[in-house]
Design a protein around this ligand. Sequence first.
Ligand code: 6GU
Length: 270
Amino acid sequence: MQFDVITLFPAFFETALQVGLIGKAVEAGLLRFRVHDLRQFGIGPHRQVDDVAYGGGAGMVLRPEPLVAAIEQARTEARSRVVVLSPQGRLWTQALARQYARECDQIVLVCGRYEGIDERVTTYWADDEVSIGDYVLMGGEVAAWVVIESVARLVPGVVGNPESLALESFETGLLDYPQYTRPAVFRGYAVPAVLRSGHHESIERWRRLQALRKTLRNRPDLILAARWAPPPVWWAWMAEWVGWVERALEKMYPSPRSQEAEDAPDHRPD
Ligand code: 6GU
């Protein structure tokens, strides 16, 4: 698997790539990384990468030229995905990680900064826009690393024992059961006796119950999601319906902008 990261902070990834299972997988040639410094693609003597937003508002927006130049340099494989990391993206999940690991030879991760990136990059040069959760980060770098780790560990050979992939949280639909190791008693707190009984059937039953308890307490949405998830085709129907409503509304209230956009003089906000 080839990972390409486009970022204003290449240093963020330096150490991360060298340590742990990812560092080992790089040495073994299972994973390959290229980190592209967006600044190198900046415009003019100051290597400018951002500008004020059309329409006003606080903060700077990343310009399309450096981003697209970097994407075009990065994308080298046929089975590649260009992924923009942004809080407006669709939620990153284990299911998406599995899909990427299966379908891609290359993932190009575009890290946004400031107030965001020019939407034309997302619309016309990216295959996906991804968020890692409902909170706001200062940039896409941490999110890119989350995507890298979750895909990398699904690449065959990266994780030594493939059994440890199968039974984990989000693969079973429940959170993991609690684990214990020695000592049997620590500061007066004992390991549950059943785990030391050697009775495998009881251990299995106990673990299943604990997994359910923990999921019910910490992530009740997972239990609902497993039972109530609408079939994917419903989402496709809904998207089609939204498109139909949009077109009907456009006919009722024709937008003057749809003609204007073509030939409007290019008024820059400066
Ligand atoms: Cl991908 N980027 C930023 N800036 N914030 C986020 C995020 C991404 N995912 C969740 N919050």
